[in-house]
Design a protein around this ligand. Sequence first.
Ligand code: NAI
Length: 396
Amino acid sequence: MIVAPKIRGFICTTAHPDGCAKHIADQIAVVKGRGPIENGPKKVLVIGASTGYGLASRIATAFGSGAATIGVFFEKPGDKRRTATAGWYNSVAFEKEAQAAGLYAKSFNGDAFSDEMKTQVCQAIKDDLGQVDCVVYSLASPRRTHPKTGETFRSVLKPIGESYTNKNLDTTTGVVNEITIEPAEGDEPAQTIAVMGGEDWQMWIDTLLEQNLIAPGATTLAYSYIGPEITWPIYTKGTIGGAKEDLERVQRLLDEKLAPLDGKAWVSVNKALVTQASSAIPVVPLYISLLYKVMKDAGNHEDCIEQMDRLFRDRLANRNPQPDENGRIRVDDWEMLPEIQQTVMDAWKKVTTENLPELGDLADYQASFLRLFGFGIDGVDYDADTDTAVKVPSIS
Ligand code: NAI
């Protein structure tokens, strides 16, 4: 089948298998180009391993420190007439590359929030790895069915208390307009915490600990975002921010639980980047398109893979986490540099549809978005017939 992008709002409903494979190869090349990560983890479980930060964590640990990896994700396989989701093709390519490099890699496609998934993954760790020395928790999901009560919760991206009006970018048309988002109602903040907060992370670590599957000295990580004040009403102080606060509560709890094993739980605050999850947040894409330009001009722009390489290489393996006053690792440090923020905020005040091409980088935003789905990647023949039904080797 010849595959072209089909964009619907902030998602692309097709993905290109060869493009995703090349995207994976490019990310592996970044990590390898920086040399081996000495003292990195060797047996890694990544929950949310198929796209964005989780995928980059899997690549950085596998190809940086030679880790065996188990990846959990929720993706749709393709068939002869319909493409798979990008995360599926990413995982096909990741496993093939891992196999070729002699690295163990196993993947599980299904609901990470369920007890069944935890049982299957624990069995694989028991059978194949014995224990894990790193657990990355990188889920971004709009809903969660609670494994004990069966109740389904939905997360919302809304301010709390009062409505929020700010500039916004229609990433398809390039129009800069204004958006007003009404505040969360009723139990929406609590529902968002139930989906994106720390309860499930804790359930994973508790289950692994109960079964003695966590190695001495192990690390567990979950990811958060803070960003500039202009986005706080919709992010840090909004419903999602409440969930991230809960993640930090669980981090402190897990830190205590892992202490007897000499282990450590971390929340790493990462940079704002174009991913499937972030493109769904109002206001943030405009900020990202300005930020990308400013950071590229300053020569300190990073994508997911550079961020995760820096996290595992410079902060964790080097034993130099540089925690902030709340005990969080900050690989958003370059994004938050005062000079970067000042330039972005100056642009924010001035930006309109007309001057966006000059102040920001819409073309780059759109290209980064398409790359998530395997499109617009150098060296890929998009006119060629491609097999859309490819399988993840470890998933029959
Ligand atoms: P993403 O959308 O690229 O990846 C989400 C992953 O979760 C995918 O592997 C997906 O298959 C998996 N997933 C979703 N629901 C699942 C389920 N029920 N069962 C199993 N797997 C499931 O998201 P992204 O952006 O990489 O986000 C990951 C984490 O990083 C989130 O906690 C997010 O808040 C955080 N973060 C993201 C930033 C950004 O700018 N994108 C910035 C800082 C933190």
